[in-house]
Design a binder for this molecule. Structure first.
Ligand code: GLC
Length: 589
């Protein structure tokens, strides 16, 4: 197959349109890394209490080295009462005893580095835990005191201040304000919490807050971490005067039923409102950029910012701010070729504009796993959790599409994020007993949103063992669905065509063909009955084709097949046949 990857050529039968040239000169690791999210409480348990921990992570790092990832990002393991699974930090400079000790952290870091794996840790700066010594001091202190000034305390409105200061609602449901009882026993001020009541928002206009977090960054940089994933990066500064807002403050439930993408790549996953994406956040990241720059080894800041459109998100990764931002527009795009093309285009254009790499992500600890989302009636839609009484995803179809989606993603230039267990093809636990649920979103939504527990179930490592090898004691903090034994690592390792081996080969080929620093040119005009059911592009000299179906797609014969998300049917000549919901990688010859 002859393709000329130059700007818009029209040599029949195919045309190519270059939207992103290969990267030259910029070699920092985070520009092209594949970064694997470890959710420590569900990865591996070293001490048998049924909750994963840092020694557990260390013991399984060889799995990640063999898989071929460049880095890991660890969700929080800091001291915390665990009201939001550790995203409520009581001490930013210590490890929670649930997860081990600082020495366990150092041992994990040393082992990872020894295996050539970089380590990013989670930083949660929008709010502390209510157990943090600062908040405890604020509760004990008077209104207008310096202790209260670290948080967002305000007098109430209405008679006796009995109504909240404004009408904001929490991301997890319910009001975003809680009234405190003053030390003298009277009903007092209110404090803001965009999330749970146990997560009071800090006031980032207060210089003391800024100084403290710069010290926290240095604490972990001095220990040798390679970067930080910054939680709620778009929420830290609120609009002056905290004006009322009649929209939803919801952050993670855009595209519920699946909103078709708009031309700028937006899918409804972004946030608007006076609590999000305020100009003032960028000063914080400029300051942090200079802190990281004092250290060697290209340390990186990654924004968790649910901001749309992508051109707005790109402002977080301008040259003197953060290094990467999660691409949630990509994650929330429906399983449709034209929508995915639009979001990929918009992502590359927006990040090229500021000289940053684009990132790609399909799953994390806050969303229904993509192997299940893609098996829903609207493939790729994003309910906030799935319960036993809800319509159930088609497991086989979901996995088939998930593998196709992953191969599409891993062929794109930029940096890609994987969420633990997706390399096994794990589905969401969609029938978890409601009694077991621990996500505050479940009860704060008045038991209407099932929330995120279903994607946080402990990993299956060994099919025949109690707890599927997650913990030597067999205990698991959430029960695993029966199906997980079919997905256990030991049933897939070395098995050609298993999801695990498909991921592993993809990572090897991605590295070999330097796709992460590569290019993207769309290919149009492939022989297909419905153009809109095919996505095809060239990255360097690799042709990537995803067939969304239903028809079989026949590719020209002069291609060298490199990889496929499924077994391919045999053609009676040398042609490559691509069935529905399948991605192939082929070398242009
Ligand atoms: C982020 C985290 C999520 C957490 C929330 C509050 O969105 O990813 O898990 O609940 O912030 O910290």
């Amino acid at each position: 197959m002859t393709l000329t990857p130059s700007p818009t050529t029209s040599a029949a039968p195919t045309t190519t349109t270059l939207v992103h040239p290969p990267r030259t000169g910029r070699t920092e690791w985070w520009r092209h890394a594949v970064i694997y999210q470890v959710y420590p409480r569900s990865f591996a348990d070293g001490d048998g209490d049924g909750i994963g921990d840092l020694p557990g992570v260390t013991s399984r790092l060889d799995h990640l080295a063999r898989l071929g990832v460049d880095a890991i990002w660890l969700s929080p393991f800091y001291r915390s009462p665990q009201h939001d699974a550790g995203y409520d930090v009581a001490d930013y400079r210590d490890v929670d005893p649930l997860f081990g000790t600082l020495e366990d952290f150092d041992a994990m870091l040393a082992r990872a580095h020894g295996l050539g794996i970089r380590v990013i840790v989670d930083l949660v700066p929008n709010h502390t835990s209510a157990d943090h010594e600062w908040f405890q001091a604020a509760l004990a202190a008077a209104p207008e005191s310096p202790e209260r000034a670290r948080y967002i305390f305000r007098d109430g409105t209405g008679p006796g201040g009995s109504q909240p200061p404004n009408n904001w609602t929490s991301v997890f449901g319910g009001a975003a304000w809680t009234r405190v009882t003053e030390p003298d026993g009277t009903a007092g001020q209110w404090y803001l919490h965009l999330f749970d009541t146990s997560q009071p928002d800090l006031d980032w206009r207060n210089p003391e807050v800024r100084t403290e977090f710069e010290a926290v960054l240095r604490f972990w940089l001095d220990r040798g971490v390679d970067g930080f994933r910054v939680d709620v990066a778009h929420g830290m500064v609120k609009e002056d005067g905290l004006p009322d807002w009649d929209g939803t403050s919801s952050m993670i439930d855009g595209a519920h039923e699946g909103i078709a993408g708009s031309e700028d790549g937006s899918t409804g996953a972004g946030n608007a409102g006076p609590m999000w994406d305020q100009e003032g956040v960028h000063d914080i990241y400029r300051a942090w950029h200079t802190v990281l720059a004092e250290y060697d080894g290209d340390r990186a800041l990654v924004a968790e910012a649910w901001v749309e459109p992508l051109s707005r998100l790109a402002r977080y990764v301008r040259p003197d701010e953060m290094h990467q931002a999660f691409n949630f527009s990509f994650l929330t795009t429906l399983w449709r070729a034209p929508d995915l093309r639009t979001v990929v285009n918009a992502s590359l254009v927006a990040s090229d504009e500021v000289g940053a790499p684009t990132t790609w992500v399909l799953s994390n600890h806050d969303v229904v796993r993509h192997a299940s989302r893609l098996g829903l009636e609207v493939p790729g839609s994003k309910p906030n959790g799935i319960g036993a009484a809800d319509p159930q995803p088609d497991e086989a179809l979901g996995l088939r599409r998930a593998r196709a989606a992953t191969l599409l993603m891993l062929a794109l230039p930029g940096s890609a994020y994987l969420y633990q267990g997706e390399e096994l093809g794990l589905p969401e636990h969609t029938t978890l007993d409601d009694e077991e649920r621990q996500d505050p979103a479940w009860w704060r939504s008045g038991y209407t949103e099932r929330g995120r527990d279903g994607c946080r179930v402990p990993l299956p490592w060994a099919s025949g063992e109690p707890g599927l090898g997650f913990s030597a004691s067999g205990r698991t903090w959430l029960s695993q669905p029966d199906s997980f034994s079919r997905y256990a690592l030991d049933t897939q390792r070395g098995v050609a065509g298993s999801t695990y081996e498909v991921y592993r080969s993809a990572l090897r080929l991605r590295r070999e063909f330097r796709l992460g620093t590569g290019s993207l040119a769309w290919v149009d005009g492939l022989p297909s009955s419905a153009e809109s059911s095919v996505l095809a592009f060239v990255n360097r000299d690799v042709l990537v084709v995803t067939n969304f179906g239903p028809d079989l797609l026949r590719l020209p014969a002069d291609l060298q097949l490199l990889h496929a998300s499924q077994d391919l049917p045999l053609a009676d000549d040398d042609a490559v046949l691509v069935p529905a919901d399948t991605t192939v990688w082929a070398r242009l010859t």
